[in-house]
Design a protein around this ligand. Structure first.
Ligand SMILES: [Zn+2]
Length: 63
């Protein structure tokens, strides 16, 4: 669609808003730097998903 404005996305790393560009190999990041840094964090498990140990007897109270 000609003239269609690409959506504005937020860089997951630095939070910078930028236009979504399908020609940008670093999307959804704004730049190669942000992508590498963010992927590096994943590799180092800095972004570990918080895990809750299976804990019996800790059920939420239901009204
Ligand atoms: Zn960024």
């Amino acid at each position: 669609m000609p003239g269609k404005t690409p959506p504005i996305v937020t860089c997951p790393h630095c939070g910078k808003e930028h236009q979504w560009d399908t020609s940008n190999p670093f999307r959804p990041f704004c730049s190669e730097r942000c992508k590498l840094i963010d992927l590096g964090k994943w590799a180092n498990e800095e972004y570990r998903v918080e895990q809750r140990e299976p804990d019996s007897g800790n059920q939420e109270t239901q009204a």
